[in-house]
Design a protein around this ligand. Structure first.
Ligand code: FAD
Length: 404
Protein backbone atom coordinates (compact mmCIF):
# COMPACT_ATOMS: atom_id res chain seq x y z
CA UNK A 1 0.00 0.00 0.00
CA UNK A 2 1.52 3.31 -1.04
CA UNK A 3 -0.95 5.92 0.28
CA UNK A 4 -0.93 7.33 3.83
CA UNK A 5 -2.16 5.08 6.63
CA UNK A 6 -5.81 5.27 7.66
CA UNK A 7 -7.12 5.47 11.22
CA UNK A 8 -9.55 2.59 11.66
CA UNK A 9 -11.71 2.11 14.76
CA UNK A 10 -12.65 -1.44 15.71
CA UNK A 11 -15.79 -1.70 17.84
CA UNK A 12 -15.62 -4.73 20.16
CA UNK A 13 -12.58 -6.36 21.72
CA UNK A 14 -13.63 -10.01 21.48
CA UNK A 15 -11.76 -12.59 19.43
CA UNK A 16 -13.05 -11.09 16.17
CA UNK A 17 -12.28 -7.47 17.11
CA UNK A 18 -8.76 -8.12 18.39
CA UNK A 19 -7.93 -10.32 15.39
CA UNK A 20 -9.24 -7.56 13.10
CA UNK A 21 -7.17 -4.94 14.94
CA UNK A 22 -4.03 -7.02 14.44
CA UNK A 23 -4.76 -7.70 10.76
CA UNK A 24 -5.51 -4.03 10.04
CA UNK A 25 -2.39 -2.81 11.89
CA UNK A 26 -0.24 -5.40 10.14
CA UNK A 27 -1.50 -4.04 6.82
CA UNK A 28 -0.02 -0.65 7.72
CA UNK A 29 -2.90 1.27 9.32
CA UNK A 30 -3.49 2.83 12.75
CA UNK A 31 -6.17 1.19 14.90
CA UNK A 32 -8.21 2.14 17.96
CA UNK A 33 -10.17 -0.70 19.57
CA UNK A 34 -13.16 0.38 21.69
CA UNK A 35 -14.67 -2.20 24.05
CA UNK A 36 -17.67 -1.67 26.31
CA UNK A 37 -16.49 -3.94 29.15
CA UNK A 38 -14.35 -2.48 31.91
CA UNK A 39 -11.64 -5.04 31.09
CA UNK A 40 -10.78 -7.06 28.02
CA UNK A 41 -11.59 -10.71 28.54
CA UNK A 42 -13.45 -13.87 27.56
CA UNK A 43 -15.62 -16.32 29.45
CA UNK A 44 -14.25 -19.49 30.96
CA UNK A 45 -14.93 -22.16 28.38
CA UNK A 46 -13.18 -23.89 25.51
CA UNK A 47 -13.04 -23.32 21.79
CA UNK A 48 -12.26 -25.66 18.92
CA UNK A 49 -9.98 -24.22 16.27
CA UNK A 50 -10.10 -26.13 12.99
CA UNK A 51 -7.15 -25.85 10.57
CA UNK A 52 -8.69 -22.85 8.82
CA UNK A 53 -8.38 -21.00 12.15
CA UNK A 54 -4.80 -22.19 12.74
CA UNK A 55 -3.90 -20.86 9.31
CA UNK A 56 -5.52 -17.51 10.12
CA UNK A 57 -3.69 -17.37 13.47
CA UNK A 58 -0.43 -18.01 11.65
CA UNK A 59 -1.21 -15.17 9.23
CA UNK A 60 -1.84 -12.93 12.26
CA UNK A 61 1.48 -13.96 13.85
CA UNK A 62 -0.03 -15.54 16.98
CA UNK A 63 -0.19 -19.26 16.18
CA UNK A 64 2.94 -20.06 18.21
CA UNK A 65 1.58 -18.17 21.23
CA UNK A 66 -1.75 -20.06 20.99
CA UNK A 67 -0.02 -23.41 20.57
CA UNK A 68 1.90 -22.93 23.80
CA UNK A 69 -1.22 -23.72 25.83
CA UNK A 70 -3.59 -25.31 23.28
CA UNK A 71 -4.06 -29.06 22.94
CA UNK A 72 -3.81 -30.77 19.53
CA UNK A 73 -6.36 -33.60 19.97
CA UNK A 74 -5.57 -36.91 18.24
CA UNK A 75 -9.17 -37.53 17.19
CA UNK A 76 -12.59 -35.99 16.71
CA UNK A 77 -15.02 -38.66 17.90
CA UNK A 78 -18.79 -38.89 17.65
CA UNK A 79 -20.41 -41.17 20.25
CA UNK A 80 -24.06 -42.12 20.68
CA UNK A 81 -25.11 -40.46 23.93
CA UNK A 82 -27.75 -43.11 24.65
CA UNK A 83 -25.94 -46.36 23.84
CA UNK A 84 -22.42 -45.12 24.67
CA UNK A 85 -21.17 -46.65 21.42
CA UNK A 86 -18.75 -44.96 19.04
CA UNK A 87 -20.40 -43.73 15.83
CA UNK A 88 -17.42 -42.36 13.91
CA UNK A 89 -13.97 -40.82 14.36
CA UNK A 90 -11.60 -38.63 12.40
CA UNK A 91 -7.84 -39.02 12.91
CA UNK A 92 -6.40 -35.53 13.29
CA UNK A 93 -2.79 -36.74 13.37
CA UNK A 94 -2.97 -38.99 10.31
CA UNK A 95 -1.00 -38.49 7.10
CA UNK A 96 -4.38 -37.97 5.41
CA UNK A 97 -5.13 -35.05 7.74
CA UNK A 98 -1.67 -33.51 7.49
CA UNK A 99 -1.45 -33.67 3.71
CA UNK A 100 -4.91 -32.20 3.25
CA UNK A 101 -5.01 -29.44 5.84
CA UNK A 102 -1.34 -28.60 6.64
CA UNK A 103 -2.32 -26.80 9.85
CA UNK A 104 -3.21 -28.28 13.23
CA UNK A 105 -6.66 -28.82 14.71
CA UNK A 106 -6.43 -27.21 18.16
CA UNK A 107 -8.61 -26.88 21.23
CA UNK A 108 -7.96 -23.97 23.55
CA UNK A 109 -9.39 -22.07 26.47
CA UNK A 110 -11.07 -18.92 25.18
CA UNK A 111 -9.09 -16.86 27.66
CA UNK A 112 -5.85 -18.25 26.25
CA UNK A 113 -6.72 -17.43 22.63
CA UNK A 114 -8.06 -14.01 23.59
CA UNK A 115 -4.94 -13.42 25.75
CA UNK A 116 -2.63 -14.26 22.84
CA UNK A 117 -4.47 -11.82 20.56
CA UNK A 118 -4.56 -9.14 23.27
CA UNK A 119 -0.82 -9.55 23.96
CA UNK A 120 -0.03 -9.11 20.27
CA UNK A 121 -2.31 -6.03 20.06
CA UNK A 122 -0.61 -4.49 23.13
CA UNK A 123 2.79 -5.01 21.57
CA UNK A 124 1.82 -3.47 18.23
CA UNK A 125 2.78 0.22 18.12
CA UNK A 126 -0.13 1.13 15.80
CA UNK A 127 -2.90 -0.26 18.03
CA UNK A 128 -4.46 1.60 20.94
CA UNK A 129 -6.95 -0.12 23.20
CA UNK A 130 -9.81 1.49 25.13
CA UNK A 131 -12.16 -0.26 27.55
CA UNK A 132 -15.32 1.17 29.15
CA UNK A 133 -16.47 2.61 25.82
CA UNK A 134 -19.93 1.45 24.73
CA UNK A 135 -20.73 2.57 21.21
CA UNK A 136 -24.27 3.93 20.93
CA UNK A 137 -24.20 5.58 17.54
CA UNK A 138 -22.07 6.23 14.47
CA UNK A 139 -22.36 9.54 12.58
CA UNK A 140 -21.20 9.06 9.01
CA UNK A 141 -19.95 11.54 6.40
CA UNK A 142 -18.31 10.76 3.06
CA UNK A 143 -14.86 11.13 4.65
CA UNK A 144 -15.13 9.80 8.21
CA UNK A 145 -17.18 8.11 10.93
CA UNK A 146 -17.68 9.58 14.40
CA UNK A 147 -18.46 7.09 17.14
CA UNK A 148 -20.66 8.10 20.09
CA UNK A 149 -20.36 6.44 23.49
CA UNK A 150 -22.69 5.83 26.42
CA UNK A 151 -20.10 6.74 29.07
CA UNK A 152 -18.76 10.02 27.71
CA UNK A 153 -19.71 12.90 25.41
CA UNK A 154 -16.32 12.46 23.74
CA UNK A 155 -16.51 11.33 20.08
CA UNK A 156 -13.99 9.16 18.29
CA UNK A 157 -13.33 10.17 14.68
CA UNK A 158 -11.96 7.50 12.36
CA UNK A 159 -11.50 7.14 8.62
CA UNK A 160 -13.43 3.89 8.81
CA UNK A 161 -14.97 1.51 11.35
CA UNK A 162 -14.99 -2.27 11.76
CA UNK A 163 -18.09 -3.40 13.68
CA UNK A 164 -17.01 -6.47 15.65
CA UNK A 165 -19.56 -5.98 18.41
CA UNK A 166 -20.94 -9.49 18.45
CA UNK A 167 -24.30 -11.24 18.27
CA UNK A 168 -26.33 -8.28 19.54
CA UNK A 169 -24.34 -5.75 17.50
CA UNK A 170 -25.46 -2.17 18.03
CA UNK A 171 -23.87 -1.10 14.75
CA UNK A 172 -25.66 -3.86 12.81
CA UNK A 173 -28.90 -2.68 14.39
CA UNK A 174 -28.23 0.89 13.23
CA UNK A 175 -27.02 -0.06 9.75
CA UNK A 176 -29.06 -3.11 8.82
CA UNK A 177 -31.92 -3.02 11.30
CA UNK A 178 -32.85 -6.65 10.68
CA UNK A 179 -34.46 -7.31 14.04
CA UNK A 180 -33.30 -9.59 16.81
CA UNK A 181 -31.15 -12.70 16.47
CA UNK A 182 -33.12 -15.94 16.04
CA UNK A 183 -33.30 -18.08 19.18
CA UNK A 184 -32.96 -21.82 18.41
CA UNK A 185 -34.74 -22.82 21.66
CA UNK A 186 -31.55 -24.67 22.51
CA UNK A 187 -29.46 -23.69 25.50
CA UNK A 188 -25.89 -24.52 26.55
CA UNK A 189 -24.30 -25.03 29.96
CA UNK A 190 -20.53 -24.95 29.75
CA UNK A 191 -17.25 -24.52 31.55
CA UNK A 192 -13.73 -25.85 32.06
CA UNK A 193 -12.66 -27.45 35.36
CA UNK A 194 -9.19 -28.43 36.64
CA UNK A 195 -8.61 -32.13 35.96
CA UNK A 196 -6.82 -32.24 39.34
CA UNK A 197 -10.13 -31.47 41.07
CA UNK A 198 -11.87 -34.51 39.54
CA UNK A 199 -12.21 -37.90 41.17
CA UNK A 200 -13.27 -41.42 40.19
CA UNK A 201 -14.32 -42.32 36.65
CA UNK A 202 -14.46 -38.69 35.57
CA UNK A 203 -10.82 -38.07 36.54
CA UNK A 204 -9.82 -41.00 34.34
CA UNK A 205 -12.07 -39.90 31.47
CA UNK A 206 -10.72 -36.32 31.58
CA UNK A 207 -7.26 -37.53 30.58
CA UNK A 208 -8.66 -38.36 27.11
CA UNK A 209 -7.14 -35.90 24.65
CA UNK A 210 -9.72 -36.36 21.88
CA UNK A 211 -12.66 -34.07 21.18
CA UNK A 212 -15.74 -36.17 22.00
CA UNK A 213 -19.23 -35.27 20.81
CA UNK A 214 -21.97 -37.33 22.47
CA UNK A 215 -24.96 -37.02 20.12
CA UNK A 216 -28.48 -37.69 21.42
CA UNK A 217 -32.12 -36.78 20.77
CA UNK A 218 -32.42 -32.98 20.92
CA UNK A 219 -29.30 -32.85 23.12
CA UNK A 220 -25.55 -33.35 23.00
CA UNK A 221 -22.45 -33.09 25.13
CA UNK A 222 -19.03 -31.96 23.91
CA UNK A 223 -15.87 -32.73 25.90
CA UNK A 224 -12.19 -31.93 25.37
CA UNK A 225 -9.12 -30.88 27.35
CA UNK A 226 -7.67 -27.36 27.17
CA UNK A 227 -4.67 -25.50 28.62
CA UNK A 228 -2.02 -28.21 28.20
CA UNK A 229 -4.56 -30.76 29.44
CA UNK A 230 -4.83 -29.12 32.87
CA UNK A 231 -8.51 -28.20 32.39
CA UNK A 232 -11.36 -30.31 31.01
CA UNK A 233 -13.96 -28.41 28.99
CA UNK A 234 -17.56 -29.59 28.79
CA UNK A 235 -20.57 -28.16 26.96
CA UNK A 236 -24.03 -29.66 27.47
CA UNK A 237 -26.66 -28.51 24.97
CA UNK A 238 -30.37 -29.31 24.74
CA UNK A 239 -33.64 -28.09 23.28
CA UNK A 240 -36.03 -26.70 25.83
CA UNK A 241 -39.71 -27.66 25.87
CA UNK A 242 -40.50 -24.46 27.78
CA UNK A 243 -39.08 -21.80 25.47
CA UNK A 244 -40.81 -18.43 25.47
CA UNK A 245 -39.48 -15.49 23.43
CA UNK A 246 -39.47 -13.07 26.34
CA UNK A 247 -38.83 -15.36 29.31
CA UNK A 248 -35.50 -16.35 30.79
CA UNK A 249 -36.82 -19.27 32.84
CA UNK A 250 -36.68 -21.85 30.03
CA UNK A 251 -33.77 -24.26 29.59
CA UNK A 252 -33.44 -24.60 33.36
CA UNK A 253 -31.08 -26.86 35.31
CA UNK A 254 -34.04 -29.14 36.07
CA UNK A 255 -34.68 -29.51 32.33
CA UNK A 256 -30.98 -30.24 31.77
CA UNK A 257 -31.14 -33.12 34.26
CA UNK A 258 -34.38 -34.40 32.77
CA UNK A 259 -33.13 -34.33 29.17
CA UNK A 260 -29.86 -36.10 30.00
CA UNK A 261 -31.47 -38.69 32.35
CA UNK A 262 -31.62 -41.43 29.68
CA UNK A 263 -28.00 -41.08 28.55
CA UNK A 264 -25.20 -43.60 29.08
CA UNK A 265 -23.10 -43.71 32.26
CA UNK A 266 -20.16 -41.64 30.98
CA UNK A 267 -22.45 -38.79 29.97
CA UNK A 268 -24.35 -38.93 33.27
CA UNK A 269 -21.02 -38.89 35.17
CA UNK A 270 -20.11 -35.66 33.38
CA UNK A 271 -23.29 -33.74 34.23
CA UNK A 272 -22.58 -32.81 37.88
CA UNK A 273 -19.28 -31.24 36.77
CA UNK A 274 -20.82 -28.89 34.21
CA UNK A 275 -21.01 -25.27 35.38
CA UNK A 276 -24.57 -24.15 36.22
CA UNK A 277 -23.86 -20.53 37.14
CA UNK A 278 -24.96 -19.30 33.73
CA UNK A 279 -27.04 -20.68 30.86
CA UNK A 280 -26.40 -19.70 27.25
CA UNK A 281 -29.43 -19.52 24.93
CA UNK A 282 -28.18 -20.28 21.42
CA UNK A 283 -28.91 -17.83 18.61
CA UNK A 284 -28.08 -17.27 14.98
CA UNK A 285 -29.39 -15.20 12.08
CA UNK A 286 -30.07 -15.92 8.43
CA UNK A 287 -27.12 -14.94 6.19
CA UNK A 288 -26.66 -11.29 5.30
CA UNK A 289 -25.04 -10.09 2.08
CA UNK A 290 -24.73 -6.38 2.95
CA UNK A 291 -21.71 -6.25 5.24
CA UNK A 292 -20.50 -2.87 3.98
CA UNK A 293 -22.23 0.41 4.80
CA UNK A 294 -20.07 3.22 3.41
CA UNK A 295 -17.08 3.39 5.71
CA UNK A 296 -18.41 0.85 8.23
CA UNK A 297 -18.03 -2.90 7.76
CA UNK A 298 -19.30 -5.87 9.79
CA UNK A 299 -17.05 -8.69 11.04
CA UNK A 300 -17.38 -11.83 13.20
CA UNK A 301 -20.67 -12.54 14.97
CA UNK A 302 -21.90 -9.05 14.08
CA UNK A 303 -21.78 -10.13 10.40
CA UNK A 304 -22.58 -13.85 10.56
CA UNK A 305 -23.78 -15.15 13.94
CA UNK A 306 -24.14 -18.91 13.65
CA UNK A 307 -25.11 -21.89 15.76
CA UNK A 308 -22.02 -23.56 17.19
CA UNK A 309 -22.58 -27.03 15.74
CA UNK A 310 -19.72 -26.78 13.22
CA UNK A 311 -17.53 -25.06 15.86
CA UNK A 312 -16.80 -22.28 13.39
CA UNK A 313 -18.02 -18.92 14.75
CA UNK A 314 -14.63 -17.79 16.03
CA UNK A 315 -12.81 -19.58 13.18
CA UNK A 316 -14.85 -17.54 10.68
CA UNK A 317 -14.15 -14.32 12.60
CA UNK A 318 -10.42 -15.10 12.30
CA UNK A 319 -10.82 -15.75 8.57
CA UNK A 320 -12.68 -12.41 8.31
CA UNK A 321 -9.81 -10.60 10.03
CA UNK A 322 -7.16 -11.97 7.70
CA UNK A 323 -9.26 -11.24 4.61
CA UNK A 324 -9.86 -7.69 5.85
CA UNK A 325 -6.15 -7.11 6.41
CA UNK A 326 -5.36 -8.42 2.94
CA UNK A 327 -8.01 -6.20 1.33
CA UNK A 328 -6.72 -3.13 3.17
CA UNK A 329 -3.23 -3.97 1.96
CA UNK A 330 -4.44 -4.05 -1.63
CA UNK A 331 -6.79 -1.02 -1.81
CA UNK A 332 -6.08 2.52 -0.66
CA UNK A 333 -9.72 3.57 -0.16
CA UNK A 334 -11.58 1.96 2.74
CA UNK A 335 -14.72 1.58 0.63
CA UNK A 336 -12.85 -0.43 -2.02
CA UNK A 337 -11.05 -2.50 0.61
CA UNK A 338 -14.31 -3.24 2.45
CA UNK A 339 -16.04 -4.22 -0.80
CA UNK A 340 -13.15 -6.58 -1.66
CA UNK A 341 -13.25 -8.08 1.85
CA UNK A 342 -17.01 -8.64 1.71
CA UNK A 343 -16.86 -10.19 -1.75
CA UNK A 344 -14.31 -12.72 -0.45
CA UNK A 345 -16.19 -13.54 2.71
CA UNK A 346 -19.99 -13.31 2.45
CA UNK A 347 -20.67 -16.48 0.46
CA UNK A 348 -18.42 -18.70 2.55
CA UNK A 349 -19.70 -17.35 5.87
CA UNK A 350 -23.29 -17.78 4.65
CA UNK A 351 -22.82 -21.42 3.72
CA UNK A 352 -21.23 -22.19 7.08
CA UNK A 353 -24.06 -20.37 8.89
CA UNK A 354 -26.66 -22.36 6.96
CA UNK A 355 -24.92 -25.70 7.32
CA UNK A 356 -24.33 -25.21 11.04
CA UNK A 357 -28.11 -25.37 11.48
CA UNK A 358 -28.27 -28.56 9.38
CA UNK A 359 -25.45 -30.23 11.27
CA UNK A 360 -27.26 -29.46 14.52
CA UNK A 361 -30.35 -31.25 13.18
CA UNK A 362 -28.26 -34.30 12.24
CA UNK A 363 -26.57 -34.33 15.63
CA UNK A 364 -29.92 -34.18 17.46
CA UNK A 365 -31.82 -36.88 15.54
CA UNK A 366 -34.02 -39.33 17.41
CA UNK A 367 -35.28 -42.88 16.71
CA UNK A 368 -34.83 -44.17 13.14
CA UNK A 369 -33.15 -40.91 12.10
CA UNK A 370 -30.41 -41.49 14.66
CA UNK A 371 -30.05 -45.16 13.66
CA UNK A 372 -29.61 -44.17 10.01
CA UNK A 373 -27.16 -41.38 10.89
CA UNK A 374 -25.07 -43.80 12.93
CA UNK A 375 -25.11 -46.42 10.17
CA UNK A 376 -24.09 -43.91 7.51
CA UNK A 377 -21.31 -42.31 9.56
CA UNK A 378 -19.94 -45.55 10.95
CA UNK A 379 -19.04 -46.60 7.39
CA UNK A 380 -16.65 -43.66 7.04
CA UNK A 381 -12.92 -44.18 7.51
CA UNK A 382 -10.90 -42.21 10.06
CA UNK A 383 -9.12 -40.39 7.22
CA UNK A 384 -12.28 -39.61 5.25
CA UNK A 385 -12.42 -35.83 5.55
CA UNK A 386 -14.64 -35.25 2.51
CA UNK A 387 -17.62 -33.99 4.54
CA UNK A 388 -15.62 -31.45 6.56
CA UNK A 389 -12.90 -30.41 4.11
CA UNK A 390 -14.90 -27.51 2.69
CA UNK A 391 -15.45 -26.13 6.19
CA UNK A 392 -11.85 -26.54 7.28
CA UNK A 393 -10.36 -25.11 4.07
CA UNK A 394 -10.57 -21.37 3.49
CA UNK A 395 -11.27 -20.10 0.00
CA UNK A 396 -9.24 -17.84 -2.30
CA UNK A 397 -6.22 -16.04 -0.93
CA UNK A 398 -6.58 -17.75 2.42
CA UNK A 399 -5.68 -21.16 0.98
CA UNK A 400 -3.04 -22.86 3.14
CA UNK A 401 0.42 -22.12 1.81
CA UNK A 402 2.76 -23.15 4.62
CA UNK A 403 3.47 -26.67 5.81
CA UNK A 404 3.77 -27.07 9.57
P1 FAD B 1 -17.99 -11.46 20.67
O1 FAD B 1 -17.16 -12.52 21.27
O2 FAD B 1 -19.44 -11.42 21.08
O3 FAD B 1 -17.30 -10.07 20.99
C1 FAD B 1 -17.98 -8.85 20.84
C2 FAD B 1 -17.30 -7.83 21.73
O4 FAD B 1 -17.89 -6.58 21.48
C3 FAD B 1 -17.48 -8.13 23.21
O5 FAD B 1 -16.24 -8.00 23.87
C4 FAD B 1 -18.49 -7.09 23.67
O6 FAD B 1 -18.32 -6.72 25.03
C5 FAD B 1 -18.18 -5.94 22.72
N1 FAD B 1 -19.30 -5.05 22.47
C6 FAD B 1 -20.60 -5.38 22.23
N2 FAD B 1 -21.35 -4.29 22.01
C7 FAD B 1 -20.50 -3.23 22.10
C8 FAD B 1 -20.69 -1.83 21.97
N3 FAD B 1 -21.89 -1.30 21.69
N4 FAD B 1 -19.62 -1.01 22.11
C9 FAD B 1 -18.37 -1.52 22.39
N5 FAD B 1 -18.16 -2.85 22.54
C10 FAD B 1 -19.20 -3.70 22.39
N6 FAD B 1 -16.60 -20.87 17.65
C11 FAD B 1 -15.55 -21.61 17.19
O7 FAD B 1 -14.86 -21.18 16.27
N7 FAD B 1 -15.25 -22.82 17.77
C12 FAD B 1 -15.99 -23.34 18.80
O8 FAD B 1 -15.70 -24.42 19.30
C13 FAD B 1 -17.11 -22.60 19.28
N8 FAD B 1 -17.87 -23.07 20.28
C14 FAD B 1 -18.93 -22.34 20.73
C15 FAD B 1 -19.73 -22.87 21.76
C16 FAD B 1 -20.83 -22.15 22.22
C17 FAD B 1 -21.70 -22.75 23.28
C18 FAD B 1 -21.10 -20.87 21.67
C19 FAD B 1 -22.27 -20.06 22.17
C20 FAD B 1 -20.31 -20.33 20.66
C21 FAD B 1 -19.23 -21.06 20.17
N9 FAD B 1 -18.42 -20.58 19.15
C22 FAD B 1 -17.37 -21.32 18.67
C23 FAD B 1 -18.70 -19.25 18.52
C24 FAD B 1 -17.75 -18.17 19.04
O9 FAD B 1 -17.78 -18.14 20.45
C25 FAD B 1 -18.18 -16.81 18.49
O10 FAD B 1 -18.48 -16.91 17.13
C26 FAD B 1 -17.04 -15.79 18.66
O11 FAD B 1 -16.65 -15.70 20.01
C27 FAD B 1 -17.51 -14.42 18.14
O12 FAD B 1 -16.51 -13.46 18.38
P2 FAD B 1 -16.81 -11.92 18.11
O13 FAD B 1 -15.56 -11.21 18.50
O14 FAD B 1 -17.34 -11.74 16.74
O15 FAD B 1 -18.00 -11.55 19.09
Amino acid sequence: MTTSPLHIAVVGGGIGGLAAALAVARSGHRVTVVERAARFGEIGAGLQLAPNASLALEELGVLDAVRRSAVAPPQLVMMDALTGEQVAALDLRSDGYRSRFKHPYLVTHRTDLHGALLGACREHPSISLRTGHTVTDAARTAAEVRLHFAETPERLAADAVVAADGLHSRLRQILVNDGSPVCSKYVAYRGALPVSSMTGAMAQHATTESVIVWAGPRMHLVQYPVRRGELYNQVAVFESDHYTPDGDDWGSEAELEERFAGTCGTVRDALPLIARDRRWPLFDRPPLTEWVHGRIVLLGDAAHPMLQYLAQGACQALEDAVALGQALGEHSSPEDAFAAYASRRTERAASIQTNARRFGEICHLDGMGAVMRNQLLSGRGTEDFDDVAWVWTPVGDLQPTITS
